[in-house]
Ligand binder design. Structure first.
Ligand SMILES: Nc1nc2c(ncn2[C@@H]2O[C@H](COP(=O)(O)OP(=O)(O)OP(=O)(O)O)[C@@H](O)[C@H]2O)c(=O)[nH]1
Ligand SMILES: [Mg+2]
Length: 378
């Protein structure tokens, strides 16, 4: 029986994983292969699951904790996709604050399910907006002492996660090259080579497709990949993750007159960017999807200093839509929840709309407790 190809794309929050997976999904479909996607988050109401489904892809979600802590659920969701889609390729997106995935996901998949799954090389996306600042700062004493140092807007412990994610990659994929000038690209290339010597570096724009062929060639490779077991301090990892406030919320919005979904989304994220920057919380990723009967739109902000992007314009007006909102910000989750509630309420009022809050979960991610952890590579 032909084995199912399992592809996981890592990278920090907002690095471009979902954009890359959607491009890969379209690529494999165009090659005549069937696909299934698995998303993952600390909680339910995930923008990525909704947006990938809205794009027409078959998606299963593992909510509640990262793949490593819900390994059985990950396998269960892959099996569900096997039954419903008969896929040739599974595309999986781990939580962007999660690391140690080689020891806790890749190795167990190879060892326990090697007769059924064929695990592809593990690429990790590099996010320039935070990565440049993190790699430019002095290399951390590993693990970092609390306080001091430059975490690229985050604490040194959150920056520790960023570095560890790249350390376990079979290849580092420098994303967003469409936005980088030649000097920055050269600087980032040097910084990555210096920090992770020996790891192949690919350059990609998940948005435009530039450099995409090198990624698909890498993912097609056979060989003994996924063997970089991290030397990692779980206390620092857990503390770094817990410094990020998490919020997932779903809201139903109604108006008397049709409202431009795109203008509303942009305005909402803009207001939140302003409110959060006043509180001093570095944004890892703010994302919102609005779904009406006829279309959907997605807006994103990937760092406090970045420009807001309408990554998927809806180009429609609607009198009613569902809004799913996800925030990952280095701030007290209670404060994020308060800001989101207040901002959605005032934005709706200014747009003569009425919000109905269905769910709002805000928390700090709990300590990762992997189902399996392989200390050495098989
Ligand atoms: N300019 C540019 N923008 C990109 C590129 N790749 C992703 N983006 C944008 O970056 C934002 C975040 O992309 P996502 O694919 O959602 O990132 P992610 O890693 O899945 O984020 P999380 O799931 O929250 O960790 C979106 O606005 C994308 O449109 C790229 O190559 N170039
Ligand atoms: Mg994503």
């Amino acid at each position: 029986m032909k084995k199912l190809r399992f592809i996981m794309i890592g990278g920090f929050l907002g690095a471009g994983k979902t954009t890359t997976l959607a491009r890969l999904a379209r690529f494999y479909l165009s090659r005549g292969q069937k696909i299934g996607l698995v998303t993952n988050d600390q909680a339910q109401d995930l923008v990525d699951t909704t947006s990938l489904r809205a794009q027409g892809f078959p998606v299963e979600e593992v909510p509640g904790a990262c793949f490593c802590c819900r390994f059985g659920d990950l396998v269960g969701k892959v099996e569900q996709l096997e039954t419903s889609q008969r896929p040739d390729v599974i595309l999986a997106e781990p939580v962007g604050s999660c690391t140690d995935l080689v020891a806790t996901v890749v190795q167990p998949l190879k060892d326990l399910y090697g007769d059924r799954f064929e695990v592809a090389p593990y690429p990790v996306l590099f996010k320039p907006s935070h990565g440049l600042r993190i790699l430019k700062s002095a290399p951390p004493i590993s693990p970092p002492a609390s306080g001091g140092g430059n975490g690229g807007g985050f604490s040194p412990k959150a920056a520790y996660i960023f570095r560890k994610q790249l350390e376990e990659a079979d290849a580092i994929v420098l994303n967003r090259i469409d936005e980088l000038d030649a000097a920055t690209l050269a600087e980032l290339t040097d910084l990555v080579h210096a920090a992770f010597p020996g790891t192949p570096l690919l350059r990609l724009s998940a948005k435009t497709g530039q450099g995409f062929e090198a990624l698909t060639e890498l993912l097609d490779q056979q060989g003994n990949f996924g063997r970089k077991i991290l030397d990692i301090d779980y206390d620092v990892y857990a503390e770094g993750e817990a410094e990020l406030g998490w919020l997932n919320s779903s809201i139903h919005v109604t108006t008397d007159k049709p409202l431009s979904i795109d203008a509303f989304l942009l305005d909402l994220i803009q207001r939140l960017q302003n409110a959060l920057s006043q509180l001093g919380g570095e944004v890892a990723h703010l994302k919102a999807i609005a779904l009406s009967d006829i279309s959907f739109g997605v807006a994103n902000l990937v760092s406090s200093a970045s420009r807001i992007e309408l990554s998927m314009p809806s180009r429609c007006e609607a009198k009613e839509f569902d809004l799913i909102f996800n925030a990952r910000v280095a701030l007290d989750p209670e404060q994020i929840a308060q800001q989101v509630r207040q901002t959605v309420t005032t934005a709706c009022s200014d747009h003569k709309a009425t919000p109905q809050f269905h769910t709002m979960q805000s928390f700090r991610p709990g300590r990762p407790q992997p189902t399996h952890r392989y200390a050495t590579a098989k």
